[in-house]
Design a protein around this ligand. Structure first.
Ligand code: AMP
Length: 420
């Protein structure tokens, strides 16, 4: 071990486990790529003001969890705690919304940073794959995103996840509900911090995990009774589209999520095998966010799925991903001359698109064969002095154990044929 370790709340991805993370990112993004979403990449840090205005001054993310820094030039930056604000900022900056092709559909994958109290499933550095559809108000779009996330999880073999769905209203009905809720909450027996929250972000109180708080919330006014007709109709349409697509969901009136920008449709994917950190992904509509960060009116919807927690969910369900071996051919040279010759064959194979690896470091046959086994290669090529003198290499099928001599000059072609 070195003097240094990964910082608290972070962990490294190393082989072979790292392959699972790649596969999960691939599986989550595949349905998006097949549905007209283009790839976007933004910097790992942004002007801190973007998150303060976008994510919300009253959220835990902004008040407690951001990694902020002042550059030598005096700029106030923050490591990105989430993706939506950055992606919208980038889309506006590039004028993607003016290209006359709305919605602008984008997907992304990357690292996010939150200074949280670390525990299983909650890290200070984590990884998300996300999608945003910018500039269109259409319940079909909300449904599309939820269906694509469902499809992604199913393609990985996950089954024990649930979709929680809610509507947070719009700028017409939300303020009315907010006030009714505040009036109700102010009469409850709550601690100082929660009382402060009533004034700045009362919906978040509904999300409080403590039993004594939840007990007092039984008779809280329900958003359902305050939704305006337009929001109600919109929400019913989203629900009907999901049902028509065979995607099961649960109406959850307590689902408010930790970010201020959500309007109307909000949803979360939870997994029942993960204990307290059960949210594997979430998202919703954010019709006001563009204006909040100085852009035009651009109603939008999106989600982010957590890669770390998706991997934990796979483990909780005992799902083994079918990860094909990365190496097809493993070359084991015995002696100096064989090293040169077999390395030549390996290079030829690689150039022909066949994944090949090599026993480096002049190791003995036994150790090298162990590495060949571990590599998962279907075939090994072994050659010693005598083989070379005869102009052949030994080609071993690692599945059947069969071995045969193949003329050196034909080895690459023979392997290409056998590997199809
Ligand atoms: P949020 O932006 O908070 O809605 O998070 C979206 C998803 O990102 C969550 O459902 C988690 O899967 C994942 N996520 C958020 N915060 C963390 C964290 N601290 N550690 C690991 N995953 C996280």
């Amino acid at each position: 071990m070195s003097t240094f370790q990964a910082p608290k709340g972070t962990y490294d991805l190393t082989p072979p486990d790292s392959a699972k993370f790649l596969a999960v990112r691939e599986a989550i993004s595949a349905p998006l790529r097949d549905s007209g979403y283009g790839y976007i990449e933004t910097p790992g840090f942004e002007n801190v003001e973007l998150f303060a205005r976008g994510v919300g001054e009253s959220t835990d993310i902004v008040t407690k969890e951001m990694y902020t820094l002042t550059t030598k030039g005096g700029s106030q930056l923050a490591l990105r705690p989430e993706g939506t604000a950055s992606v919208l900022r980038a889309a506006l900056q590039a004028n993607l919304h003016k290209a006359g092709n709305l919605p602008v559909k984008l997907w992304y994958s990357g690292s996010y940073y939150r200074y949280e109290r670390p525990q299983k499933g909650r890290y200070r550095h984590f990884s998300q794959v996300g999608a945003e559809a910018i500039g269109t108000e259409d319940p079909v779009l909300d449904a599309e995103l939820i269906i694509l996330a469902d499809q992604a999880y199913r393609s990985l073999g996950l089954r024990r996840f649930r979709i929680l769905l809610n509507s947070l209203g719009d700028k017409e009905c939300r303020p009315v509900y907010r006030e009714a809720l505040q009036t109700f909450l102010r009469d409850l027996d709550l601690d100082e911090e929660t009382r402060r929250r009533i004034e700045i972000n009362p919906l978040r109180v509904l999300d409080d995990k403590r039993a004594d708080v939840q007990k007092q919330l039984t008779d809280a006014p329900k958003f359902r009774d305050y939704l305006c007709d337009a929001c109600k109709a919109y929400h019913e349409e989203v629900r009907a589209l999901l049902t028509a697509a065979g995607v099961a969901f649960e109406d959850d009136e307590k689902l408010v999520r930790g970010l201020d920008y959500y309007t109307r449709t909000t949803f979360e994917f939870v997994h029942d095998g993960l204990g307290s950190q059960s949210a594997v992904g979430g998202g919703g509509r954010y019709d006001g966010l563009s204006e909040m960060i100085g852009g035009p009116e651009l109603p939008s919807v999106g989600w982010a799925l957590g890669v770390d927690r998706t991997v934990l969910a796979l483990e909780a369900e005992g799902v083994e991903l079918d990860l094909p071996a990365t190496t097809s051919v493993y070359a084991v040279p015995l002696g100096e001359e064989a090293r040169r010759v077999l390395f030549g064959v390996v290079t030829e194979l690689r150039r022909a698109g066949i994944a090949a690896d090599f026993a480096f470091g002049g190791r003995g046959l036994k150790g090298a064969m162990k590495s060949a086994n571990r590599s998962g290669a279907r075939y090994t090529l072994v050659a010693g002095e005598r083989d070379l003198a005869e102009g052949v290499v030994q080609l071993k099928d690692m599945e059947s154990g069969e071995q045969s001599a193949v003329p050196l000059a034909e080895a690459a072609a023979e392997l290409a044929k056998r590997l199809g």
